[in-house]
Design a protein around this ligand. Sequence first.
Ligand SMILES: [Zn+2]
Length: 275
Amino acid sequence: MPELPEVEVSRQGLLPYLPGRRIAGAVVRAPRLRHAIPSGLAERLRGLYVDDIVRRGKYLLFDCESGRGGGWLILHLGMSGSLRLVPPGSPAQKHDHFDLVFADTAMRLRDPRRFGVLLWHEGRDVERHPLLAVLGIEPLTDAFDGDWLFAAMRRRNAPIKPLLMDSHLLVGVGNIYAAESLFSAGISPLRAANRISRERYGRLAPAIRATLEASIAAGGTSVRDYVHSDGGAGCFQLSCAVYDRAGDPCTVCGTPIRAIRQAGRSTFYCPRCQR
Ligand SMILES: [Zn+2]
């Protein structure tokens, strides 16, 4: 499943090509993905310029003259989506559900499992869209730090790891990144959130940021006509310290990595390094 780093790499891969370009048209080949694709979307997009592409959580937001009477194309890659730049008019394969067409290139969405999202928000205030208004803080912004985490978690007695993955609190920390960040900060995934000190949150916040940034950097070399890898590899080219390493020796202390189920997800940790 595409995680925040893959989405950010897709954004960075598209940025050199789309902003400043006028949309020549769009091709919608599926009536719905996770939600119905708005009827008339192609007509609405035609002729608008893409001013910018921003990311909110795992959503890509295409600013299509939102400040000048246009709006925002909201795109989410779901479970299996990927974006490519292809020559306009390239034959579509079975799962190629959408093209955003420009004079000399087209952005193509492939989504075999159709859990992606393709919606339109009329006007300026895309952050008020119901899918976006519920999202928590962005971990790659300056506002996210140890003090923020400490304040957000101090009244919560649930284990820390599922809370890190709660997109209403903070976005984009998937299972892999939660596991790796907690190992890096030396915090047990089982520890109650309100039993972690401000000082330890002061280590966890940068660990989350560093884990995401390392993954973005690892994917940042994408070639120009292929702006997103499917993310099938567990760690998106990161070398994981604990994730999916059950029974293997901890890279720090040699203790076998433990695997448990937590809130329905697999959790990996070193019982000695993480307290
Ligand atoms: Zn260890």
